[in-house]
Design a protein around this ligand. Structure first.
Ligand SMILES: Nc1ncnc2c1ncn2[C@@H]1O[C@H](COP(=O)(O)OP(=O)(O)O)[C@@H](O)[C@H]1O
Ligand SMILES: O=P(O)(O)OC[C@H](O)CO
Length: 495
């Protein structure tokens, strides 16, 4: 009998396929890096075919690594980078344009207009989100307005809109299923998280025809079966969930008040708020954590656009490191007290600033500034931004006493100590950095009946290393105040 679960984790910089046994132990991982392109300042795109082919390649490689046949897989679960927007022809499956990636801020002006015309409170009330180019709505509007003929085709019902989960489902089912899940839908700025529907008033506001929208399903459901031409078997797809919500589940944050922070390309701190939507007064996002059997669990989220991506910038643009892990040894040669301070607003600033038009800046350079100081500034910038998120949560009445962390950047022990020190918060690393895939696999297991309910995740989650703050609180406070002054100065510059 087939009993393995295959989780697809389609992240911003890489795709992964992980095969789990029925006890949800990860047996093998296959991974492929994915490039991003930056065709104009502020634009971030990805090739949809490359996304799909990398996923397919990883699935085949993972099966090969365990010498399994596709028929050995009982179910597939999908988790993905969220908000990234695709538009394709219903008949051919051909995309009309590259995927517009979540970090893209080409629609900053439209979002400013929404703010100027006083729409933001209504947007927040309906969707839990804010008027920012991060979300899918204005990206989709841009596609319809800028690709010749797209709007007419959309109105005629000949196009499909989808985020990456939806696009992968379409590909895996051979173009038979156009569906998304509630957690991904909740990141589009078009989905009403109270009524759990695509919102007509929002579709009108953003001028988007209803005909292009996918069906919205629970996070554990029968989404479809794989086309046998693709993998050589009919495998059911039984879960889909946005990567940050998947990590919340994979980190066993299933009770209200529990929180995690994932450090991949960006950083996303998410706290479970239970069955009620909690609207932030301090620029956090309210989002759907998951919907199971029609019952929604909500979350509060703080989003940082450049976490591990800042480390990639050191590698790919400055060329001062060979690989991301080199930052650890470099940072050991400097200290938090260094004068250099990096504000990595390479794709604008997210929570709590929401300033898509701001660019990055490096303050406090001296003649001695070198590789070590730049690496330290990069790592500390992610810790300071994390403190921004935790402070916003505290102002909203949510105290994070200790934080569960995961994601590629948490392989860096120096960074995790800096995070504990600069945020003055005890940090617990999960036994696996792949909590995202685990969340998706767990939901597929729930649908298969391998686990009974969400509390079973507590049997699977294991604590890894812990990091306690050792920097005195007043020193951390002084450093953080310097960070805040620098952010304020950069925003005030309006260059
Ligand atoms: N040892 C390390 N130190 C700092 N950053 C790291 C380290 N290892 C990986 N990273 C960063 O983690 C990110 C990859 O993490 P991952 O969780 O795979 O991201 P994503 O899912 O967004 O593609 C990269 O941006 C990389 O720079
Ligand atoms: O690629 P990640 O893991 O940084 O996640 C991207 C987020 O889903 C964007 O909202």
């Amino acid at each position: 009998m087939s009993k393995y679960i295959l989780a697809i984790d389609q992240g911003t910089t890489s795709s992964r396929a992980i095969i789990y046994n029925s006890a949800l132990q990860a047996l093998t991982t296959a991974q492929q890096e994915l490039p991003l392109s930056y065709p104009e300042p502020g634009w971030v795109e990805q090739n949809p075919q490359q996304i799909w082919q990398s996923v397919l390649g990883c699935i085949k490689q993972a099966l090969q690594q365990l010498a399994l046949k596709p028929t050995d897989i009982a179910a597939i679960g999908i988790t993905n980078q969220r908000e990234t927007t695709l538009l394709w022809h219903k008949a051919s499956g051909k995309t009309l344009y590259p995927a517009i990636v979540w970090q893209d801020r080409r629609t900053a002006k439209q979002c400013q207009q929404l703010k100027d015309t006083g729409c933001e409170p209504m947007l927040q009330q309906k969707t839990g989100l804010l008027a920012d180019p991060y979300f899918s709505a204005t990206k989709l509007g841009w596609l319809l307005d800028n690709i010749p003929g797209a709007r007419a085709l959309a109105e005629a019902g000949e196009l499909c809109f989808g985020t990456v989960d939806c696009y992968l489902l379409w590909q895996l089912t051979g173009g038979k299923v156009h569906a998304t899940d509630a957690s991904n839908a909740s990141r589009t700025l078009l989905f009403n998280i109270n009524s759990q529907r695509w919102d007509d008033e929002l579709l009108q506001l953003f001028d988007i025809p209803a005909a292009i929208f996918p069906q919205v399903m629970d996070n554990a459901a029968h989404f479809g079966i794989t086309d046998p031409h693709i993998l050589g078997a009919n495998i059911p797809i039984l879960s889909m969930i946005g990567d940050q919500q998947a990590a919340l589940l994979g980190q066993a944050c299933i009770s209200p008040g529990m929180s995690k922070s994932t450090y991949g390309t960006g950083c996303f701190a998410v706290v479970n708020t239970g069955a009620t939507v909690m609207l932030s007064q301090h620029k956090l996002l309210s989002t759907l954590a998951w919907r199971l059997e029609g019952q929604s669990t909500y979350a509060l989220e703080g989003s940082i656009f450049m976490a591990g991506a800042t480390v990639q910038w050191l590698r790919d643009k400055l060329g001062i490191i060979q690989q991301a892990s080199d930052t650890e040894a470099l940072a050991q040669q400097s200290s938090y007290q260094q004068t250099e301070l990096l504000i990595p607003a390479f794709t604008g600033l997210g929570t709590p600033y929401w300033r898509p038009e701001i660019n990055a800046a490096l303050f406090g350079m001296t003649r001695d500034t070198g590789r070590a100081e730049l690496a330290t500034a990069a790592l500390c910038s992610v810790a300071y931004q994390s403190r921004d998120l935790l402070s916003a949560m505290l102002k909203d009445g949510v105290r994070v006493d200790s934080l569960r962390v995961d994601g590629g950047m948490t392989a860096n022990r120096w960074y995790l100590q800096a995070l504990a020190d600069l945020s003055q918060t005890p940090i617990t690393r999960c036994h696996t950095t792949d909590t995202t895939a685990l969340g998706a696999a767990f939901l597929a297991a729930l649908q298969l009946g391998y686990v009974n309910n969400l509390t079973d995740i507590n049997r699977i989650w294991q604590s890894g290393e812990q990091f306690q703050p050792v920097l005195p609180a007043d020193s951390a406070q002084a450093l953080y105040q310097r960070w805040q002054r620098a952010c304020k100065a950069l925003i005030a510059l309006e260059l």
